[in-house]
Design a protein around this ligand. Structure first.
Ligand SMILES: [Zn+2]
Length: 458
């Protein structure tokens, strides 16, 4: 049961203060390209690849070899990767980047990757307005998505002081989702009120209706700075041709010129899933807390999938509202966008996984897709193993020089749509950029402006 916080310090809410330097940093880090929302399609494709991940220790062995090659001391490697027969996550270094308020003395944590994932609920609420209580004061609901990934999980958090509810994520900006919200508000939550809307990140299935809901209910929107401004930037869409920088990006990747129309069409489809964002927001800062009723939610930072994803963690009852940062089966898309073509997103992604390792193994994870589950450390190990498998595959693919576009065809052979194509390219490039950063793959610019990637001798 949640603990009651009577001290005023525990009742602090989050407001949007920041200085100019932080503003500049957040804006520079914004990802604005509208292809990004289609990462979910790629996530679905990626699910198939999990079948090959049956042995996380193999990937850990590859990491050990990599660390040795990079010259790290043996003690450091042992401490980072394993200890006393169990894997450990070493978090000391990452805590300096904002390790979720965990004490330094908790820097190393047992990671039991033998614990299988467990799903306390065998099925999900119907995406028809059904609400299901999954913990005191926490309701789970689903909204439909007209996509291959056909649903999103949303949550309602009770504020027992005002007998109100905080919405976590909104669903897409279509008539079906609007009608479901009207039904929930008028029939299911009758006699109570909505006090605000939290959006974990800007993707259209999470924030597509944020603008409409804030207008409809006249309540504040809570988001991280980076995600709020990314949402606003996306609303300033370009309906015409691609910017020259983006054309150059696709050319560099080796994308055939006749595919650019497909890319534009994918971008335009996404435009229709977002309602105009609200003109103001309240800032969620990683490291701070959001008090909702008796529950104090720590705000955690997720990177890699988007720039400033917010996760909400309740230490009192060990519940994590995880958004898209750590899903039970789908691997979240980590994909480079034309707006930041050189980004090493996987370094950010791995750092985010490191920062989650201090959380207890039995944390109940409430994801945005699929079912709530436990088995945090197992899942972190699986995700690491997945990307190490991708790296190994790419090293083989790049044995002879190849473009990012052609490498994508081999790395993701089961694409089903134009959207898949675009997200697959971004994900492939994220892996290539990371391998270039590691010095394992080299990138050469051809005279025609196309980049070729080739594996370097060990
Ligand atoms: Zn997302």
């Amino acid at each position: 049961m949640p603990r009651s916080h009577s001290h005023p310090a525990h009742r602090r809410r989050v407001y949007g203060f920041c200085d100019d330097a932080q503003n500049d940093g957040a804006i520079l880090n914004c990802q604005v390209n509208k292809t990004d929302p289609f990462k979910h399609w790629l996530a679905k494709v990626d699910k198939e690849r999990l079948e090959v991940i049956e042995n996380p220790e193999l990937a850990m062995g590859q990491m050990q070899a990599l660390y040795e090659k990079q010259g790290y001391p043996k003690d450091w490697i042992d401490k980072r990767l394993r200890g006393a027969g169990k894997w450990r996550g070493a978090c000391e270094a990452d805590e300096t980047q904002g390790g979720y308020g965990q004490k330094k003395t908790e820097g190393r944590h047992n990671m039991n990757i033998d614990t299988p994932l467990a799903f306390p609920w065998a099925n999900a609420p119907q995406p028809n307005g059904e609400l299901r209580e999954i913990a005191p004061g926490i309701l789970w609901l689903r909204m439909p998505l007209p996509l291959a990934l056909d649903h999103i999980n949303l949550y309602l958090l009770h504020d027992d002081e005002s007998d109100g509810w905080m919405i976590v994520d909104t669903g897409i900006g279509d008539a079906v989702t609007r009608a479901l919200w009207e039904k929930i508000i008028s029939e299911k939550l009758i006699g109570t009120r909505i006090i605000g809307i939290v959006c974990t990140h800007y993707h259209f299935d999470h924030a597509g209706l944020a603008g409409w809901l804030t207008e409809r209910l006249r309540v504040p929107l809570y988001m991280s700075y980076g995600e709020y401004y990314t949402l606003r930037t996306m609303a300033m869409t370009y309906e015409g041709e691609l910017p020259w920088q983006h054309v150059e990006y696709f050319h560099r990747c080796g994308t055939p010129a006749d595919r650019l129309d497909d890319i534009l069409s994918v971008i335009h489809v996404s435009n229709r899933l977002i309602t105009p964002p609200p003109a103001a927001f309240r800032r969620l800062r990683p490291g701070q807390s959001l008090q909702i009723g008796k529950r104090r939610w720590q705000l955690l930072l997720g990177e890699g999938h988007v720039a400033e994803h917010i996760l909400l963690y309740s230490p009192d009852d060990q519940i994590l509202i995880a958004g898209d940062q750590i899903l039970p089966h789908i691997t979240s898309n980590v994909g480079v966008l034309p707006v930041e073509p050189d980004a090493d997103l996987l370094s950010d992604w791995f750092a985010s996984l490191d920062r989650l390792t201090p959380l207890p193994e039995n944390t109940l994870i409430l994801p945005s897709h699929e079912l709530p589950y436990t088995g945090l450390h197992t899942r972190i190990a699986q995700l690491r193993a997945h990307h190490e498998t991708q790296f190994a595959t790419l090293r083989r693919i790049c044995a002879t020089p190849i473009t990012a576009f052609d490498a994508t065809q081999q790395l993701f052979p089961h694409r089903r749509s134009k959207m898949d194509d675009m997200m697959a390219l971004g994900e492939c490039l994220a892996h290539l950029n990371h391998l270039c950063q590691r010095g394992e793959i080299r990138c050469q610019v051809q005279t025609n402006g196309v980049w070729l990637y080739q594996t370097q001798a060990a």
